[in-house]
Design a protein around this ligand. Structure first.
Ligand code: PLP
Length: 411
């Protein structure tokens, strides 16, 4: 059908499908949703306007939409053991924006992780709304250990007296001690926001401590380790419920994406199944195996390794920047992303590092044995970067290999 009505888009869609099928995806924030989630995201729920909340909509005809949102909220609360959940944020960035709007006034000070150390754009970067609206100060990782130095965070918090402390990251490979952040926030008289966008799946599986009950606000995406549709989620205690809901609508959004909320509800159900814990365990096993393989081959990993689903390789002694390595790997069919390393001398478009993670390859059924092969291909690609014949051969092997792990096997 699509082929007939829009051949141009159809062609691009087919190309994207083939690319996903034939490549190895190692971007830690990407995953593959179940076929059912994919279907739900393309249902008639997309046709419905539903500004407001269940029972309090600004549009008629929301009877079934209300049911869907109530199911999604109930499941999110159950899954994360939270008093309240808002499932309407269109993305992780909007979830953070709404949490800020709930607790802060423009010009208030926030203390967050430096983007060089692993923080996210929405954690106060000057060129992001968060750095424009708020006065952001930052903590780094320790130069030696490349881990969060909680005593240092405490010192900064006591000195700077921020109104909010943000913890959570986009490229921090270690466990985050939310209990310690809670103590620091309490001492500094600050709100605590935990952004678990990357690690929410690990938290559900109890493979990473949860900030729920410690943080005033917990924000997340639903599409990374959670393996749901692209979107955001906010958790908080009942006392913030009204203010938080108001900061989503009318604060920053209009109509919710009900087709995505339906898909989020299903993702939460999938995450309650025992298989989800096994999946999260395998993500970590695969990540540890990849780290070990790289270390054996002489690569330096930021902080020496990983406790979670991702790691960052420091490329400074390899004679290649992150941007070039990302492109080189893409030529052979391995999809990664360049990443800043702590105290990176290179700008964000260049970078001295490359970030990799295992949620997506684990969803395709790959295990430790496959991680060994992948590390081998990445290393040979780097070593043979001038040798087109070898690169071509690697790329053929990767395509054959990737097809052995179909994205949607029953198709
Ligand atoms: N917070 C963190 C820690 C993230 O890593 C990301 C995405 O990379 C976000 C928030 C924003 O999510 P989105 O891309 O859905 O806006």
């Amino acid at each position: 059908m699509l082929r007939e009505v829009d051949a141009e888009i159809y062609r691009v869609l087919v190309n994207e499908q083939k690319k996903q099928r034939d490549t190895i995806g190692l971007i830690p924030s990407e995953n593959i949703v179940s076929r059912e989630i994919l279907r739900l995201a393309g249902t008639v729920f997309t046709n419905k306007y539903a500004e407001g909340y269940p029972g309090k909509r600004y549009y008629g005809g929301c009877q079934f939409i209300d049911e869907i949102e109530e199911i999604a909220v109930r499941r999110a609360c159950m899954l994360f053991n939270s008093e309240h959940a808002n499932v309407q944020p269109h993305s992780g960035s909007q979830a953070n924006m709404a949490a800020y709007f709930t607790a802060l006034k423009p010009g208030d000070k926030i203390l967050a992780m430096n983007i060089l150390a692993g923080g996210h754009l929405t954690h106060g970067l000057r060129t992001n709304f968060s750095g424009t609206f708020y006065n952001a100060v930052f903590y780094d990782v320790d130069r030696e250990t490349e881990r969060i130095n909680y005593e240092k965070v405490r010192e900064i918090a006591v000195r700077e007296k921020p109104r909010m402390i943000v913890c959570g990251a986009s490229s921090y490979p270690r466990i985050i001690d939310f209990g310690r952040f809670h103590e620091i926030a309490a001492e500094a008289g600050a709100y605590m926001l935990s952004d678990i966008a990357h690690i929410s799946g690990l938290i559900v599986a109890k493979l990473h401590p949860s900030p729920v009950g410690l943080a005033d606000f917990v924000t997340s995406t639903t599409h990374k380790t959670m393996r749901g549709p692209r979107g955001g989620l906010i958790l908080c205690g009942s006392k913030y419920r009204e203010k938080l809901d108001n900061s989503i609508i009318p604060g920053i959004q209009g109509g919710p994406l009900m087709h995505i909320i339906a898909a989020k509800a299903l993702a939460f159900k999938e995450a309650m199944q025992p298989g989800f814990n096994d999946y999260q365990k395998q993500i970590i096993l695969n990540c540890k195996k990849l780290c070990a393989e790289f270390k054996n081959r002489g690569y330096r990993l930021v902080s020496g390794g990983s406790d979670n689903h991702l790691f960052v390789i420091d490329l400074r002694d390899k004679g290649i920047h992150g941007c070039e390595f990302e492109k080189l790997l893409e030529r052979v069919g391995i999809i990664t992303n360049k990443n800043l390393i702590p105290f990176d001398p290179q700008p964000p478009r260049v970078t001295s590092g490359i970030r990799m993670g295992t949620p997506l390859v684990t969803s395709r059924g790959m295990k430790e044995k496959e991680m060994e092969l992948i590390a081998g291909w990445i290393d040979s690609t780097l070593k043979n970067r001038e040798n087109n014949r070898v690169l071509k051969d690697i790329s053929k092997q990767i395509r054959r290999f990737a097809r052995e792990f179909p994205i949607y096997p029953e198709a």
